[in-house]
Design a protein around this ligand. Structure first.
Ligand code: SF4
Length: 473
């Protein structure tokens, strides 16, 4: 059983989707590694076959673009996101793909095939094949299993993974988290357990730097979303709303000149209690507009749900606790991540497997736990908050219009963030006792996922996606 760490659950990437953009991008990079020991100068042609959900919603989720960028040698963490349109435009216009940036081959739209059928192993399947001038053909079949994770058919990845027994406090279920907190002693927090596990694999300095980098991207995505106008790509004509929402909220008192002043400027505003939800919604919507625009966000635990955790943590920093520190940010992220890992291990974080409850529901549960810890909740109360947040997302379907991660996705992040805050309040108002445990609700979510009709699992063949047509998408 593999260890699922903080940096598995929170990853820097490019929007709009972790399973349909980041995962396929990683698969293309894995394919480059696979053919590394062949002479790539002999490659004459590359063919990409997309299956199931990757095919049905692949265009809207930029699956095709992600694979092309991956094969061209770009990395989702480092690619300048403002250059993506230009790079893709160059490849499409020239019909030339430079494999790994150094071997040019002809590349036509027919080389990327969208199949209607599903591969039997997983709804998100894809195959890349390289054809060589000496008659050799090398293929890799990959499954994008949610949150940017991929599996390659026929490859046992377990030897490359950290085994759960290699960390001092192995966590498979939520009950393990509580047991380890008890072992660590009175007043120990969930983030103490998580930190101890991570510290057994890397230095404290590395952990701190990685958490800082994650928060930096989250904060940037809030800022960028609040300062970007216009329409989102894809033809659905969705107008960016965070800019207007932010402009209205800040008016007329918010003055700042640089991004660095952003947080303190918001902290200095006097807000009416009714505005608090508007601020939280603005933060969440800002991030997911950046995501929908192929911008840089943190997969938390997916890209479609990337706005929930930053919105709730920025709410804590900007509104609830003006004295919050870097340690608060780190603790929030660590506690959130371990809750997400329990869902990933025992249910799913893939909408193609479980609908939107697996994305927004999980991110809301993660954020609820993190916030509850910062508010002084006990480990039990943190997990109760996560349970409450998921309990009220159970059954939520995934039905993005035109396969674009825009409607209902962007607003859904604001709803997930608000529910997380409320779940935290409900958990803190109650005793440690709960009738439904987090492990119970994880199992329930998984059973609900299995019962859910495939039309509602990121195929755009049900729900809003069929009720609302987009003629220009
Ligand atoms: S509906 Fe939910 S799960 Fe589906 S793409 Fe949108 S955010 Fe992701």
């Amino acid at each position: 059983m593999e260890y699922i760490g903080v940096f598995d659950m929170l990853k820097i990437g490019v929007g709009p989707s972790s399973s349909h953009t980041l995962g396929p991008w990683r698969a293309a990079q894995a394919f480059l590694n696979k053919i590394n020991n062949q002479d790539i100068s002999l490659i004459e042609k590359i063919r990409i076959d997309l299956y199931g959900s990757l095919s049905l919603t692949g265009k809207g989720h930029a699956t095709d673009l992600a694979i092309i960028l991956g094969l061209a040698g770009y990395d989702p963490v480092t690619i300048p996101t403002n250059q993506i349109d230009e790079i893709i435009g160059r490849i499409k216009n020239s019909k030339i793909l430079e494999i790994n940036g150094n071997h040019a081959i002809p590349f036509f739209s027919e080389d990327l095939i969208f199949h209607k059928d599903f591969l039997p192993e997983h709804p998100n399947g894809m195959r890349i094949t390289a054809f060589y001038s000496n008659g050799l053909a090398v293929s890799g079949t990959y499954y994008s299993i949610g949150g940017g994770f991929i599996l390659e058919e026929g490859v046992d990845a377990s030897s490359a993974q950290t085994h759960i027994s290699e960390v001092p406090y192995p966590i498979a279920f939520a009950e393990d988290i509580l047991r380890h907190c008890d072992t660590l002693g009175i007043n120990s927090k969930i983030s103490d357990v998580v930190l101890a596990n991570e510290a057994s694999l890397q230095s404290l300095e590395e952990i701190s730097q990685k958490l800082d980098a994650i928060w930096q991207v989250m904060e940037d995505s809030i800022f960028n979303g609040c300062h970007s106008e216009g329409f989102l790509p894809g033809g659905l004509m969705v107008r960016r709303r965070a800019f207007d929402m932010f402009s209205k909220l800040k008016s007329p008192v918010l003055n700042y000149s640089e991004k660095d002043d952003f947080l303190s400027a918001i902290r200095s505003t006097r807000m009416h209690y009714r505005e608090i939800f508007s601020w939280v919604s603005t933060y969440a919507i800002a991030v997911n507009e950046v995501n929908a625009g192929l911008g840089r966000v943190v997969t938390a635990p997916t890209n479609g749900s990337a706005g929930v955790i930053p919105a709730v943590l920025f709410f804590y920093q900007s509104i609830e606790n003006h004295k919050s520190t870097k340690e608060h940010i780190h603790r929030f992220l660590m506690t959130s991540a371990v809750v997400g890992s329990v869902f990933k291990r025992n249910a799913t974080i893939s909408a193609a497997m479980g609908g939107c409850q697996a994305e927004i529901g999980v991110s809301s549960a993660m954020a609820a736990a993190g916030l509850t810890e910062l508010r002084g909740g006990s480990p039990k109360q943190c997990l109760n908050a996560a349970e409450i947040a998921m309990e009220h997302h159970l059954g939520m379907t995934c039905d993005p219009i035109a396969g674009l991660v825009q409607i209902p996705c962007i607003e859904r992040n604001s709803m997930g963030a608000i529910k997380a805050i409320n779940a935290s309040e409900l958990a803190l108002a109650a005793s440690d006792f709960t009738r439904v445990s987090l492990d119970d609700v994880v199992q329930t979510m998984w059973k609900t996922a299995q019962d859910m009709n495939s039309n509602y699992k990121e195929t755009s063949e049900g729900g809003l996606a069929v009720s609302v047509k987009c003629t220009d998408c």
